[in-house]
Design a protein around this ligand. Structure first.
Ligand SMILES: Nc1ncnc2c1ncn2[C@@H]1O[C@H](COP(=O)(O)OP(=O)(O)OP(=O)(O)O)[C@@H](O)[C@H]1O
Ligand SMILES: [Mg+2]
Length: 332
């Protein structure tokens, strides 16, 4: 498998996608902690409006503000932001027009609701616009406020549409300041400052979706970053026994003898159960090996995270440490 090479560590915007339920939110949070490790300042952004980050870190729901959420090892700092479509629209428009009163009127008229629910692509344009603002923000000395920004993005089926602001803008604004701003967003998303990572399980469906997403990203000229194989479980069978065991060929008497050598006497029922488990385990191992081989064909850097029993804040730090040890860093 390709390593997480130096090039990906130049990215300042990390977009985390993947099939639903594979661990996008968990991995985005762990990645953000890894990037903050060693004294960096990182922002973790949520766009789905489900307060997954707050739940994960066991804190109150996030307001539309960049809030401190966790300390990273070595003095790093993690902030989090849940982007809200309505607040983002008002903020976005006020960048170009003086809105005070108009903003209140817009709200009353339900224009916001109209714009955010009906105008195709507008929501995504607002969100990516806000993300770009966070990535590009500098302090009074001209240094970036955040060393890296991580986005807990929509699932694979929707992520390209989400990031493909160019197409959305074709319907929305052809000229003017909003158009100029969007051109900046498009430049960022298609540059080497941005990497779109894909979280997967070593199972057939998520891997298929991952491969499809890589092709879709390539076609849209967006850069696939790394593949994160989540919830990987250890393989307990020697490689040479896997194929035989997976096709049901397990020598029960040898298992019994082996257990007896270890001082364990088992009845037939227990032995049957153990043989059955070995077969299941072998089948899973084979599926995982196939999945790994398919992912290796993409030539993308890959990192594996273990299946932990439940994810709490401590486990997030554990996953972050694995990513950090794998060489994942914020750009200097
Ligand atoms: N490495 C892991 N070990 C054990 N459990 C995990 C691991 N990663 C994620 N989980 C668990 O899997 C479930 C789904 O994870 P998560 O919410 O991060 O996925 P998601 O892709 O963001 O889901 P959704 O598509 O609903 O947003 C959660 O219960 C989470 O705690
Ligand atoms: Mg999620």
């Amino acid at each position: 498998m390709t390593d997480w090479d130096g090039e990906l560590n130049h990215a300042r915007l990390h977009v985390v996608s993947g099939k639903g339920g594979t661990g996008k939110t968990t991995v985005a949070a762990a990645l953000a902690l890894a990037l903050a490790t060693g004294g960096h300042k990182v922002l973790l952004i949520e766009v789905e409006g489900r307060q997954g980050i707050a739940q994960l870190f066991d804190t109150a729901p996030l307001p539309y503000a960049e809030e401190w959420i966790a300390a990273a090892p070595g003095g790093g700092e993690l902030r989090a932001l849940a982007i809200d479509a309505e607040a983002a629209l008002l903020e976005y428009l006020s960048m170009f027009y003086n809105l005070g009163f108009a903003g209140r009127t817009l709200r009353k008229m339900g224009a916001i609701e109209f714009a955010t629910t009906l105008a195709p692509g507008l929501r995504d344009v607002l969100f990516t616009g806000k993300i770009k603002e966070c990535v590009g923000r500098t302090d009074e000395r001209g240094r970036y406020v955040y060393d890296a920004v991580v986005v807990d993005a929509p699932p694979t089926g929707r992520v390209v549409k989400f990031l493909d602001v160019t197409r959305a803008m074709a319907d929305l604004a052809k000229v003017g300041p909003i158009r100029d701003h969007s051109d900046g967003v498009v430049r960022l998303l298609h540059s080497s400052d941005t990497a779109v990572h894909l979280v997967t399980l070593l199972e057939e469906l998520p891997v298929r979706e991952t491969l499809e997403a890589v092709a879709e990203l390539d076609a849209a000229d967006l850069r696939p970053g790394g593949v994160v194989c989540n919830r990987v479980r250890p393989n307990r069978l020697p490689a040479r026994s896997v194929a035989a065991a997976a096709s049901g060929r397990v020598d029960a008497e040898r298992v019994r003898a082996g257990l007896a050598t270890a001082g364990l006497q088992v009845d037939d029922e227990t032995l049957d159960g153990l043989v059955h488990e070995a077969v299941e385990h072998a089948i899973r191992t084979q599926t995982e090996d196939d999945a790994r081989a398919q992912l290796a064909d993409t030539d993308l850097p890959t990192v594996s995270l273990p299946d932990l029993t439940g994810i709490d804040v401590a486990e997030l730090y554990e996953l972050a440490e694995i990513l950090y040890e794998h060489g994942i860093r914020s750009p200097r």
